[in-house]
Ligand binder design. Structure first.
Ligand code: ADP
Length: 544
């Protein structure tokens, strides 16, 4: 006998069991659709998750079946996640902000068997479900009246179903850690959406990785406000990481405006939170306008798109809140890097640390990175040269569901992220653009992200987007589109003055155009595809 260690499968039901047994009284606070607040412990939550598993069984859902959710962040959504995954079924998060055709396409591609939803999405489901023959059961999470959503579907109330479920003999773990647990589709800015199928093992290891000091550093003494929606790349893993250490969870429902978030932050003593830049901009604006100060909040993770310097400084200079700039994507579960200050910068004046904070940080254990050019040749990791960022790791997709989009992986298993970045010898990574947003002027790359970040530092600018426009001599030149802050007007001359000296001369946008609003996509990021379509229609003039 060899005498190896125990084979303890890394399945997420173990996270639930750990939280229920050792942190059973630790609370989950949720804001519901009607604005009311509920509180429940981990023990109660995960006991209900087992009942969800039993309830799904009673509807004929079995291991391997896909169960979709369309819901905001609240405790019942979390119960549904664990109930589904705990029995070996696959929890498929749907983003309600997608177009109806995209949603029905995704539900059909995933062959979802049931949908668990907030009642407010009933009208949306009524539109898509007639085209989705695989869905047989719809379960509404709110106790309200059951809204009509179409013929041939069995409609249930979650509370009744869970109360009636018999949890004895329920399936709860006991399967291989390589079993599929979750499913999330990328937004499909090019081609059809693609499914990323997370395994129990990848979710479990990703949770451990995200908890380390050089990433989120969460513990049982933290109160984590989960702003990033559960349908946006697994809520960046917080639905697994927080219970794994027994951190108190605060789930804000649909109200993600600055005032509502601040109310929860103060009432619940939030110490940590994570969200995209637009959400944090909303909170910062609210704090400034209302003169409020967060008491216990010590750090916020910002990612999903590049974090502007003005946001990093605003949180620190005015409120003493540290920003962890993180990079990731759906295909990575999602964390790929985080900008936690390294030893050599600790104790230095804040000013000296800002250039590092503006990078996307360093890869934690479990994420391998490298850069390649378009011919798949190595690009040096010297902190200057840029190339296509490629990754491998225990929480990186090995393919898309059903083998779609296989060209994103090379023969050595490296996944091409579609991001253009530089990589320093110590792993400090800086994204300059998405490959599809790159602007090539006279054969040289201009970083739209860098120009945007500097532009939003101007006091009159609310949102900035740089796109490339065709140019007869230089092939492409950058155009800066600006959505002014309410009550402000944008003076192109003033904006150019603000950029001067901060960017290379030849990066200076050929035009600065004020627009009423810059469109955002389904995960709150600037929709450059829509802006480029506007540009093609001549909305921003021509260059030359
Ligand atoms: P999508 O936005 O297509 O729905 P994701 O949410 O998975 O899909 O987005 C991943 C992409 O978001 C990354 O490939 C990268 O382009 C961008 N991104 C994420 N975090 C950052 C960051 N901190 N800085 C710059 N870009 C980021």
């Amino acid at each position: 006998m060899l005498g190896l260690m125990q084979d303890w499968p890394l399945t997420v039901d173990k996270i639930a069991d750990h939280a229920a047994r050792w942190h059973g009284e630790q609370r989950i606070t949720s804001r519901l659709a009607d604005g009311s607040i509920t509180r429940q412990g981990f023990a109660e939550t995960f006991a209900r998750a087992r009942r969800v598993s039993a309830a799904l069984r009673s509807l004929g859902v079995g291991p391997g079946d896909r169960v979709a959710t369309m819901a905001w962040n609240h405790a019942k959504h979390l119960e549904t996640w664990y109930g589904t995954m705990g029995m070996g079924a696959v929890c498929h998060t749907l983003n309600p902000r997608l177009f109806t055709e995209q949603l029905s396409w995704i539900v059909n591609h995933a062959e979802d068997r049931a949908i668990v939803a907030d009642a407010q999405f009933a009208p949306l489901l009524a539109k898509i479900l007639p085209d989705c023959p695989t869905v047989r059961d719809v379960i509404f999470l709110d106790p309200a009246e059951l809204p009509p959503i179409g013929d041939g579907l069995r409609v249930h109330r979650y509370d009744e179903l869970v109360a009636a479920a018999d949890p004895t003999g329920v399936i709860w773990g006991g399967f291989d850690e390589r079993t599929a647990a979750g499913l999330c589709y990328t937004s499909g800015t090019t081609g059809n959406p693609k499914g990323v199928l997370y395994s129990h093992r990848s979710n479990f290891l990703h949770a451990l990785m995200s908890l380390q000091a050089d990433v989120f550093a969460l513990s049982a003494s933290d109160v984590a406000l989960m702003v990033v929606p559960m349908f946006h790349a697994n809520s960046w893993g917080l639905a697994f990481a927080a219970p794994a250490v027994g951190a108190k969870l605060v789930m804000p429902g649909a109200q993600l405006d600055g005032a509502s978030l601040f109310e929860l932050i103060e009432a619940e003593g939030v110490t940590f939170s994570a969200a995209v830049p637009t959400v944090w901009q909303g909170l910062l604006t609210y704090l400034r306008e209302s003169g409020s100060r967060p008491t216990r909040l010590r750090k916020v993770a910002i990612g999903g798109s590049a974090c502007p310097e003005a946001l990093i400084r605003g949180f620190w200079d005015e409120y003493g809140v540290e920003v962890i700039h993180a990079w990731g994507m759906t295909e990575l579960s999602p964390i790929g890097s985080a900008s936690v200050i390294p030893l050599e910068l600790q104790g230095q004046p804040y000013e000296n640390t800002v250039p590092f904070r503006l990078t996307q940080g360093r890869p934690p254990i479990g994420v391998e990175m490298q850069l390649s050019d378009d011919e798949n040749r190595d690009v040096p990791h010297d902190g200057r040269a840029v190339g296509r960022l490629k990754v491998r790791g225990f929480a990186v997709a090995a393919s898309y569901m059903g083998g779609d989009g296989q060209a994103a992986w090379d023969e050595d298993g490296w996944f091409d992220t579609g991001d253009i970045a530089s990589l320093a010898p110590d792993g400090t990574m800086r994204i300059t653009d998405r490959a599809k947003d790159v602007i090539k002027s006279g054969g040289e790359w201009i970083s739209s992200i860098e120009i945007e970040n500097i532009a939003v530092g101007h006091p009159d600018v609310a949102v900035a987007a740089v796109i490339g426009m065709p140019h007869p001599k230089w092939d492409e030149r950058p155009v800066l589109l600006i959505q002014p802050r309410p009550g402000c007007t944008v003076d192109a001359h003033g904006i150019r003055g603000h950029l001067e000296g901060r960017i290379a001369k030849w990066w200076m946008p050929d035009a600065v155009v004020a627009v009423e609003s810059i469109p955002l996509g389904a995960t709150g990021k600037i929709d450059k595809k829509a802006l480029r379509a506007d540009a093609e229609r001549g909305r921003f003039g021509t260059l030359g």
